[in-house]
Write a protein of this length. Sequence first.
Length: 75
Amino acid sequence: MDEKAYGEICQCLLTKQYPARATNNDKRRIREKSALFVVPKNVLYHRGYKGKVQRVVKQVEVHDLWLKAHLSLIL
């Protein structure tokens, strides 16, 4: 997930506030999207099918996770 969306959803869930320049449509979109997420201990998790909870991976973390997963298969 990109940093902007991650930050907007966390901000909405933690503080019930929206970005300063958010339009009514932006606020509605953020509210609807954030209904599928929870933030325990300042880490964003997605509530999926049948209540399965998975940690959201930020875009900057993708490369490191990919390397770790593939290197563990080689070693």
